[in-house]
Ligand binder design. Structure first.
Ligand SMILES: *[C@@H]1O[C@H](CO)[C@@H](O)[C@H](O)[C@H]1NC(C)=O
Length: 187
């Protein structure tokens, strides 16, 4: 974890945060649909926690609470769906995390890119951690939804061959459509 969370820019971030507005979500209001009853988990506060409505190809695909300083996701909320299909692995990043006015859609990441406030492929190259998806590609019902899970803001460092990723995975918020319908119909 240390390798990935060693963000050298805590000071810079506090300045940066003040200028971000508009594009990044303040409270997931643009993508509430991914939460049970439209209500995101409460009680996690602080400027370092950044709600991201994960947008890919013009559509919100899932929602992530991202920790800017540690450069890891805390949770991703998504609608469970199943489509058996493999997609090509192309990693992406969030331009909007890098500055005001940047694209609000995730974009392809270059191997050489590095960032102050979000993880890059460089954080993982040569590290003992693999990239653990929070919103898993398996649980997505369309090709674009699967492709969208390859943003590094959906990723937590997972120690290969160990259970280190489990405590993060427990925070995964499942949103089963039929569970929601069940509650709506029976309450
Ligand atoms: C974007 O979405 C459109 C409409 O659903 C689809 O036809 C197209 O293939 C998608 N493009 C990419 C790059 O996923």
């Amino acid at each position: 974890m240390d390798q990935v969370s060693a963000a050298p820019v805590l000071f810079l971030l506090s300045c940066f945060l003040g200028t971000v507005s508009g594009l990044l979500s303040k409270d997931f209001s643009e993508c509430k649909e991914f939460f049970y009853h439209g209500i995101p988990p409460q009680g996690i506060t602080g400027q370092e926690y950044q709600p991201i409505c994960q947008k890919f190809n013009s559509t919100y695909r899932f929602a992530t609470l991202y920790h800017r300083n540690h450069r890891v996701a805390l949770y991703s909320a998504y609608k469970v769906s199943l489509l058996k299909k493999t997609v090509e692995e192309e990693w992406m990043f969030e331009p909007q995390l890098n500055g005001e006015g940047n694209d609000a859609e995730m974009q392809p990441l270059q191997r050489s890119d590095t960032f102050d406030n979000q993880a890059s492929l460089q954080d993982y190259i040569g590290s003992i951690y693999t990239k653990g998806h929070l919103a898993p590609k398996l649980h997505q019902g369309t090709t674009d939804d699967k492709l969208a899970t390859y943003t590094l803001t959906n990723i937590v460092p997972q120690r290969e061959g160990s259970n280190a990723g489990k405590k993060y995975r427990r925070k995964k918020i499942l949103h089963w459509r039929n569970v929601r319908d069940y509650w709506n119909n029976s309450l």
